[in-house]
Design a protein around this ligand. Sequence first.
Ligand code: 13P
Ligand code: SF4
Length: 305
Amino acid sequence: MINQLQKEIIKLKKEKNAIILSHNYQPGEIQEIADFIGDSLELCIKAAQIKDKDLVVFCGVDFMAETAFILNPDKKIVIPDANAECPMAHMLPAEEVRKAKKVYPDAAVVLYVNTLAEAKAEADVLCTSANALKVVESLKEDTILFGPDRNLAWFVSQHTDKEIIPIPEKGHCYVHKMFNPADILILKEKYPDAEVLVHPECDPEVQEVGDHVLSTGGMLKQVQESSKDTFIIGTEVDMSTRIKRENPEKNPIPAFDEAICENMKLHTLEKVKNSLLNEEFIVSVPEDIASKALKAVEKMLKISG
Ligand code: 13P
Ligand code: SF4
């Protein structure tokens, strides 16, 4: 049942000719009022298609909203809480990418979309957890500078003959670091028929106990296509909220109940209403950086097909 505040948001959304985009990790009440919910790649693709809207409310973290701006520099993009940052995206300053490029001048630079715009501007191409391997394999170079997530870099290195050089030293996601194989094995004993789906931001030993290593969008698809009923979900807890809402006959079980991205949860219905009403908080990127970053985003979208 939609509550009063959600009704007000839906009304305001029409009045403002706005669209609400939400990442899969948003809480259920925000997913319910969103026009589109997706993983990082799906959100990029959706952002690239926005044509007839005056306002885009982005319920996700900073790097996602920045990417939406890079793809739509003429649109007003707002984020309900300006402090919703992805700590991993802040682990790779542009300067560190420039330094690595000097050390490996022949390497291609593939950066995870979880980077800030200044770092994106230094990349040859971006990737997400849904297309990282495809992007790397599409390049002619045999040596790839890859950052900032070391676990995603490890995942790619397991499936390619290319040399993957992770940057920076310790790039990681604090949420996906919370999973451990022992917890998953206990759940597997409890639910022997369950399929284990884990995100490539998890540590290698966690990925190794997964039946599938997938982006959040990939997890949703796998649940829908699999003949299994029960799934152990190795990513942020609200991914299970989305799976359950859209597939009530399936049984998603979070691999760890406390794997919560506090940064994503800064957005609330009150703040979404405020962002529609007052058209804040504005997301923008300086033009010179945005135009360089756009090339890397567009190259990724082209490779993704
Ligand atoms: P997805 O692209 O798989 O949704 O991942 C984004 C993210 O930030 C995971 O922590
Ligand atoms: Fe960033 Fe991790 Fe949160 Fe994803 S889950 S937005 S990588 S902190």
